[in-house]
Ligand binder design. Structure first.
Ligand code: FE
Ligand code: CA
Length: 544
C-alpha cells in the first residue's frame, strides 16, 4: 500500500492529478491525452456531452481561498424541478470557517455549459444554523433535459455543475442509466470507483448508504480520518466535509444528480431506530442520531422537506423516470425494530420470525405497498440499504442448519415475506430490488419463500459492492461453499471494490458489476466483472 503524505485539500488534489485551482475548463481543453486521462477525463467528457464548446467557466476545483471547497451538487430530480446544493466552507475540515453571519447566495441555471443562456435564478440565505449549506429548489424546468448551474457569493462563482430533469411521468422513456453505489470508507481505499463513475454517461447516481463512516483513526490505513469516533454535530459536519473533499466524489456530484439514502454508518454501526450498537442510553443515542441526521441533510442535495427535526428525518420517497421506472427509495434504519438475536451471523432465534418485527416501520411499509400497487411503470425498483434475498451461510457446511446475518432482511423474515407476497399477489411487474451495505457484489432472484423451490420468482436483486470498504475475506470461502445451497443466488464477488452500472430500457434491465483492480491507485483500471439481464415480462435474471 502506498503511503500518503499528510492529508489536506491541496495534497489531495495533487495526488488525484487534478489541475491547479486557477485552471479553467477552457484551459483543460488544450490538455494532452495523458493529462486528460489523469486529470481532465470527466471534464473532457463534460465538454463532449454538452456538444458545445465551453466558452467561460469557473475554476475546477475551487481555489483554496474560495468558499466552494466542497464543490456543488444536485439531486432529487423530477420532471420539472431539481435541488441544487452547495456549502460555504472556506475552512471545511474545522467547522467551515464562515462565522455566525448569514450570507446571501445567488444561483443560476442555464441551458448551456458556458452559462450564457440562464433560464432560472434565485437567492438563498446560507446561515450558520445550517452550516452555511444551500438547498435551492429550482422549479419550472423542462422535462428530460440537461442543465448547468452555479452559485455566486460576494462576486465569487462556484465551479459549474451539471444536472438534469427526469422525463415526464406520462412518457415511456427509452433509456435510463445510473450507477448504484454504497460504502465508501475513507480509510479503506481511494475512490477509484468514483473516478470511473465520473467518466460514464449517466442520468443519475443512486447512493444507498454508508456515505461516511463514524469511526476513529486507523493508523495503517491508506488515508486517515481526522480525529476519533464522531458524536457531536461539529464532528459529523467535519467528517462529511472530509469525505466530500475527495475530488473524484466532488466531480461525480458536479456531473450527475444524486438520489441518496443512508444506512447505519451515517450515525453508528448497525444501529436500529433508537437502539445503538452497544445499547447506549436511548436519550444519548437519539441526540447523536439528531447530530448525524442533521449533518447528513446539510451535506446532501436533498429537498428542504427532508430537513430533520431533532432525531427525525423524512428520507423515504419515490421517483418516476417517465413511465420507464419508478424508484421507491427506502429508509430501513430509522424505523426498524432491533436486530433479533445479535447483529451478525446467527442461528435464527424466534425473533427472526416475529410478525411484528419490521425493517421499515408500518407506515413506510404501507407506503411502499401502495406505491407498487399504483405504479404504471415498466420497472418497479425498490432502492434500499441491505440485502433482501435470503442467504443461508450454513448451506455449504450443514444440511439442516441455518445461519443468517441479522442486520439484513434475513433477520426480518415476516416483513420481507409480506412485501414479496404482495408483489406476487398483485402481479407487480418487473420488480427490481437494489441494495448495498455488504461490501460485496451479489445478484439473485426474489421469492416469497426461498426454501420452497416451487415458490415463484417475483423479482430480482442487484447488490453493489463497496466503493472502498473492505469485505471480511474469511467469509468468502463460506459464501462460495454455500451458494449451491442458495440456488436463487446467481453471483457473488467479495474480493473487489467498485459499483453497479444499471442500464434500463423498456425491453430489458441490465446490471454491470464494475470492479477496480485496486483502490490504492485512483487511476487503476475499472472493468466489468459480470453482467446480468432481466428481460421485460420474464421473471429471473440471466447472464448478459
Ligand atoms: Fe458499509
Ligand atoms: Ca452498512
Amino acid at each position: 500500500m502506498r503511503r500518503m503524505p499528510p492529508l489536506n485539500l491541496p495534497t489531495l488534489r495533487a495526488l488525484a492529478g487534478v489541475p491547479a485551482p486557477e485552471a479553467s475548463f477552457e484551459s483543460l481543453r488544450g490538455f494532452g491525452r495523458r493529462e486528460i486521462l489523469r486529470g481532465g477525463a470527466a471534464l473532457a467528457a463534460f465538454a463532449l456531452l454538452s456538444r458545445t464548446p465551453v466558452a467561460r467557466a469557473s475554476a475546477w476545483p475551487a481555489a483554496a481561498d474560495s468558499p466552494f471547497t466542497l464543490g456543488v451538487a444536485s439531486g432529487d430530480p423530477d420532471a420539472t424541478s431539481v435541488v441544487l446544493w452547495t456549502r460555504l466552507a472556506p475552512d471545511p475540515l474545522a467547522g467551515g470557517g464562515m462565522g455566525p453571519t448569514p450570507v446571501p447566495v445567488r444561483w443560476e441555471v442555464a441551458t448551456d455549459p458556458a452559462m450564457n443562456d440562464v433560464v432560472r435564478s434565485g437567492e438563498e440565505i446560507a446561515s450558520a444554523e445550517d452550516a452555511h449549506s444551500v438547498h435551492a429548489t429550482v422549479q419550472g424546468l423542462v422535462p428530460d433535459r440537461w442543465y448547468w448551474y452555479r452559485f455566486i457569493v460576494n462576486g465569487v462563482a462556484s465551479p459549474i455543475g451539471r444536472t438534469r430533469t427526469f422525463p415526464d411521468p406520462r412518457v415511456v422513456a427509452q433509456r435510463l442509466r445510473f450507477a448504484l453505489t454504497s460504502c465508501q470508507d475513507w480509510q479503506a481505499g481511494l475512490y477509484t470507483a468514483w473516478r470511473d463513475i465520473s467518466e460514464q454517461d449517466l442520468d443519475c447516481v443512486l447512493h444507498v448508504g454508508d456515505y461516511i463512516y463514524e469511526g476513529g483513526i486507523s493508523r495503517q490505513a491508506i488515508r486517515q480520518h481526522h480525529g476519533g469516533e464522531i458524536f457531536t454535530l461539529e464532528e459529523y459536519r467535519n467528517r462529511h466535509a472530509l469525505y466530500r473533499s475527495d475530488p473524484w466524489l466532488q466531480r461525480a456530484h458536479a456531473l450527475f444528480p444524486f438520489i441518496v439514502t443512508w444506512d447505519d454508518h451515517e450515525v453508528d454501526n448497525n444501529y436500529a431506530n433508537d437502539v445503538q450498537e452497544q445499547n447506549a442510553p436511548r436519550e444519548a443515542f437519539l441526540e447523536r442520531r439528531a447530530n448525524g441526521y442533521r449533518a447528513y441533510y446539510e451535506h446532501m442535495p436533498l429537498r428542504r422537506e427532508a430537513k430533520p427535526v431533532g432525531p427525525d428525518m423524512n428520507l423515504y420517497r419515490f421517483f418516476d423516470f417517465g413511465r420507464l421506472a419508478r424508484l421507491s427509495v427506502l429508509d430501513t434504519r430509522q424505523f426498524r425494530t432491533d436486530q433479533p438475536c445479535g447483529d451478525l451471523l446467527r442461528v435464527p432465534c424466534a425473533g427472526v420470525f416475529d410478525p411484528s418485527a419490521t425493517m421499515t416501520g408500518a407506515e413506510q411499509e404501507r407506503w411502499l405497498l401502495r406505491n407498487l400497487l399504483l405504479s404504471r411503470a415498466r420497472w418497479n425498483v425498490i432502492a434500499q440499504q441491505v440485502m433482501m434475498m435470503q442467504m443461508n451461510y450454513a448451506a455449504g457446511i450443514s444440511a439442516d442448519q441455518q445461519l443468517f446475518i441479522m442486520d439484513v432482511w434475513d433477520g426480518y423474515f415476516e416483513a420481507r415475506r409480506r412485501i414479496l407476497e404482495w408483489i406476487a399477489r398483485y402481479r407487480i411487474r418487473n420488480t427490481i430490488v437494489l441494495a448495498g451495505d455488504i461490501h460485496s457484489a451479489w445478484a439473485g432472484d426474489l421469492k416469497p419463500d426461498f426454501d420452497r423451490p416451487e415458490s415463484p420468482i417475483v423479482g430480482s436483486e442487484f447488490v453493489c459492492t463497496s466503493v472502498s470498504s473492505g469485505f471480511q475475506t474469511d467469509l468468502v470461502g463460506l459464501v462460495t461453499l454455500g451458494i449451491p445451497g442458495n440456488p436463487h443466488i446467481k453471483y457473488f464477488n467479495g474480493l473487489q471494490r467498485g459499483y453497479t452500472l444499471c442500464d434500463v430500457t423498456p425491453q430489458a434491465w441490465t446490471s454491470h458489476f464494475r470492479v477496480a483492480s485496486t483502490t490504492s491507485d485512483v487511476f487503476a483500471p475499472v472493468t466489468t466483472a459480470r453482467s446480468f439481464v432481466v428481460q421485460h415480462g420474464v421473471p429471473g435474471l440471466v447472464p448478459a
